[in-house]
Design a protein. Structure first.
Length: 180
């Protein structure tokens, strides 16, 4: 774990910069005018997961917003963790109640303020960067898959069908829910 912690410490500013770039994308699933932002966010995440060490990452269409799927298989016989998260965020209304710009994140009092920093871009990003640190330090102990959806904030209407259609691809020994 020391190598992983050292990697994280050495890349802290890069990780923050990347997180802020992700938080700037107004991926509001409840508002149709943000459909392009939903696709942009999914593409951003797929590219970030490949950069972090995934062997493959895809933006997969659904009847609604796309699902980002990525994986790194270190050994087909090893245990597999499936990381679930969502990249969509709630609308910002009522706008007058915001003390900062919702899609221009800032650090205040040691906390990141911006739409999605808590729910759920921050959490899924944390898991992606832990994955990156383990890949970069050759300390990943298991296979890892990511399934990041773009409709959680509107009730995940396309997720059930996606899981049914891709149940073999999504097989895992444990699911880590990155939405807490």
């Amino acid at each position: 774990m020391e190598k992983v912690q050292k990697y994280i410490d050495e890349h802290k500013q890069q990780f923050l910069d990347e997180l802020f770039d992700l938080l700037r994308i107004p991926s509001i699933s409840a508002q149709s005018e943000h459909k392009g932002d939903m696709v942009k966010c999914a593409e951003w995440l797929a590219a970030a997961l490949v950069k972090s060490g995934a062997d493959r990452a895809e933006v997969m269409p659904t009847d609604g917003n796309p699902v980002v799927y990525a994986e790194k298989i270190i050994d087909p016989a090893a245990k597999t963790v499936l990381v679930y998260g969502h990249y969509d965020v709630m609308p910002v209304d009522p706008r007058a109640e915001w003390r900062t710009e919702p899609f221009e994140p800032v650090i205040k009092d040691g906390r990141i303020w911006g739409r999605g920093a808590d729910d759920d871009k921050g959490q899924l990003f944390m898991h992606a960067k832990a994955f990156e640190a383990m890949c970069a330090t050759d300390s990943l102990p298991c296979n890892v898959k990511f399934m990041l959806e773009g409709e959680e904030e509107i009730g995940s209407p396309s997720l059930y069908k996606f899981c049914e259609d891709y149940k073999d691809m999504l097989k895992a020994d444990i699911i880590l829910v990155s939405d807490t």
